[in-house]
Design a protein around this ligand. Structure first.
Ligand code: ADP
Ligand code: MG
Length: 391
């Protein structure tokens, strides 16, 4: 689960990591009172969306007075923002963070994530702040410094010095102290909140020599949310794909993809294999949907409904291996969903396993129109042919 910048910055502030003074703005008419509370001008007005690269998309505006601030708010609030990380339609901005403008001397990158190879949290530090770290990694990997952390000892003060003294220009003593203290706090925050990513890009040194986090990105491991009820409340479903929100509520593993074949499969492995055979047949899946090994009739119904709600879908492939999930349960779930929604696209079914005869019978006796495939390859061929036929 991703947090918004303003939410992460509140947590930073509580942890003693310095951030610019700022206030959240959700409606245009509050701008006057918000500006009174935030030191400035200059102010910086920042779109609060989960997508990164907001600066490049015009979602971060430096304004020098009330008039400019009002213009920026009018252009950003409740309008779509397109960044290198969004789709071409962009995402709607519902909230703005109004901050004091900081006098930047140097921009650094500071982040913490789990290094999967080393299986431990790793601090990442770079003097190439402000740029996307992926770009830095490609163009000048020598400017990325890393310190893996042994969970048994936690973050050690020497590790901060290791990172800072790799800089070609080491800052003054008090700035080194502030940087080290920020690194320690980032590690503590990362562990205490079960983060999978914590990123400050840029972490800046101001012209006055103090260290401030200008941006804040924080992702919480979903599997740990049960023990962070307070963080779970910070979730903003508006930032997610609406179909993914529906799927999440029904405990289905659903991921939107770019194609036009709706797929309903049980088991993540079978779902991956199904994506592969669809692609091999020359078509593109619209989604990954794993209804799970022990899906109930309601879950199947929900899953099928979600696929039918996707307007891009031109054909549906149901590929089920009945193990714990019996084929008759699946068939009834599909019929239930079909009753609620008009199916106006071809349906291809491949069933195998427990109660397969009963499942097929239920489908055949219904007035549902569908094609039966004997195996996965044939199912993929059929579904690809149906999509091609439609042109
Ligand atoms: P994103 O990473 O989504 O583009 P950032 O929060 O990193 O958004 O902002 C982009 C750039 O805007 C930063 O690299 C920094 O140079 C500038 N910036 C952001 N916040 C402030 C601020 N409060 N004062 C001055 N400059 C800022
Ligand atoms: Mg940034």
């Amino acid at each position: 689960m991703k947090l918004h910048e303003y939410q992460a910055k509140e947590l930073f502030q509580k942890a003693g990591i310095p951030v610019p003074k700022g206030r959240l703005l959700t409606s245009r008419d509050k701008l006057g009172s918000v500006l009174e509370e935030v030191p400035g001008p200059p102010w910086v007005i920042k779109a609060q969306v989960h997508a990164g690269g907001r600066g490049k998309g015009g979602g971060v505006r430096l304004v020098k007075g009330q008039g400019e601030a009002a213009e920026a708010v009018a252009e950003l609030l409740e309008k779509p923002l397109v960044t290198p990380q969004t789709t071409a339609e962009g995402v709607i901005v519902h909230q703005l963070l109004v901050e004091e403008g900081v006098d930047i001397d140097k921009e650094f990158y500071l982040g913490m994530t789990v290094d999967r190879k080393l299986a431990c949290p790793t601090m990442i530090f770079s003097p190439s702040g402000g740029m996307e770290i992926e770009e830095v990694a490609k163009q000048s990997p020598d400017l990325i410094f890393k310190e893996p952390v042994n969970p048994a000892t936690g973050w050690m003060p020497y590790q901060a010095r290791n990172l800072i003294y790799k800089l070609s220009q080491v800052p003054g003593g008090s700035t080194v102290k502030e940087l080290s203290s920020t690194m320690k706090k980032i590690y503590d925050l990362f562990v205490a909140n079960d983060c999978s990513l914590l990123e400050i890009n840029p972490l800046v040194i101001t012209k006055q020599g103090s260290v401030i986090a200008l941006d804040a990105k924080m992702t919480i491991d979903d599997n740990a949310l049960y023990r962070h009820k307070d963080l779970a409340q910070l979730d903003d479903p508006r930032e997610k794909d609406p179909l993914e929100v529906l799927a999440e509520a029904a405990s289905l593993n659903y991921i939107r993809l770019n194609g036009n074949i709706g797929a309903m499969v049980n088991g993540a492995g079978l779902a991956m294999a199904t994506m592969d055979v669809i692609k091999l047949a020359g078509a593109e899946p619209a989604n990954f949907l794993d209804v799970g090994g022990g899906a109930s009739e309601e879950m199947i119904t929900k899953g099928f409904e979600i696929i039918l709600k996707d307007e891009r879908v031109r054909a549906i492939l149901i590929n089920i291996f009945g193990g714990i999930l019996r084929c008759d349960v699946l068939a009834r779930g599909v019929l239930e969903a079909a009753k609620k929604t008009d199916i106006d696209v071809p349906l291809i079914v491949r069933l195998e396993g427990t109660n397969v005869e009963e499942g097929r019978k239920i489908l055949e006796e219904s007035d549902l129109d569908f094609l039966v495939a004997r195996d996965m390859a044939e199912a993929a061929e059929l579904v690809a042919k149906e999509v091609k036929r439609q042109g």
